[in-house]
Design a protein around this ligand. Structure first.
Ligand SMILES: [Zn+2]
Length: 65
């Protein structure tokens, strides 16, 4: 689904960083370095980004009517 707004564990707001994160990683940058530069130093926040799967394009194929 969509990225979480706040980290589940520590409560830090992280949702607004996801767009830049995906843009930079798709451009070929190292994911770990991007996370550090975005200010995500705790492993709970880093795990939320690295473990996230954007399923919205698949889910929106199944409309109700
Ligand atoms: Zn966190």
């Amino acid at each position: 689904m969509i990225i979480i707004v706040r980290c589940w564990t520590c409560g830090k707001p992280i949702g607004h960083l996801y767009e830049e994160f995906t843009k930079r990683v798709e451009a070929g940058e190292d994911a770990g370095k991007v996370l550090t530069e975005l200010g995500l130093e705790r492993y709970c926040c880093r795990a939320a980004f690295l473990g996230h799967a954007d399923m919205l394009p698949e889910i929106t194929k199944f409309k109700k009517a």
